[in-house]
Design a protein around this ligand. Sequence first.
Ligand code: PEP
Length: 255
Amino acid sequence: MRRKVVAGNWKMNMKHAEGLSLAQAVDNFLLGNDLPGVDVILCPPYIHLAHIAGSLRAPNISTGAQNCSDHDAGAYTGEISAGMIKSTGAEYVIIGHSERRSYFNENDELLNTKIKIALKNELRVIFCCGEVLSEREKGKHFEIVKSQIEKALSGISREDLADIIIAYEPVWAIGTGVTASSGQAQEMHSYIRSIIYKLFGKEEAEKALILYGGSCKPSNSAELFSMEDVDGGLIGGASLNEDDFCKIIDSFPGK
Ligand code: PEP
């Protein structure tokens, strides 16, 4: 049985006190509700990480950053290294979010470097992949996702793969209110698992955690999470509202 994961990507939202209060609410929810197979990851802006990481008490909650530098240290004004993220108590970093790819021109080669630097600094990675609408309309979505994963995981060992969660995030569903149907999500997640099988073998494919992201909310999370190859979600907008986020955390079947 794979563990279930719900990660909240706060993006560039939440002032310090608001962020702390949201994190406390989620932590309290987890302390008060027995969800033994579910891990929750909060990904606030960098500047809140240390305070939030130090404040959490539930055994199944942790923190992650939304990005990291592709350099270890040095004269890179404004950048944040994987080692700095680790030193806040964070355990994860999101790499390859479509907003980083499109607004900050992050390409697959750079993302591969970032994954390696994150792993070297003992961070776990949430690697995002997914096609844009025109690629899906042309029937190229499988090819695009395969290429993103193969390039991102180039040179990654079988051992390191255990520290990588894949998030399938169709770009047309992110922040748009349009969600992939559970059938579309399952189809792609099962395909992603087959890519992992070819690259790393059966055992790794069965163990790999694959999250869905894209307008996931309380009204659709239970159906999405009931799919065989959907191991949870990467949640944007709905992670900013404590009730919605906790309902999503609580929506795995048979919990
Ligand atoms: C995201 O940005 O990772 C995301 C899934 O956003 P939203 O849930 O708002 O679509």
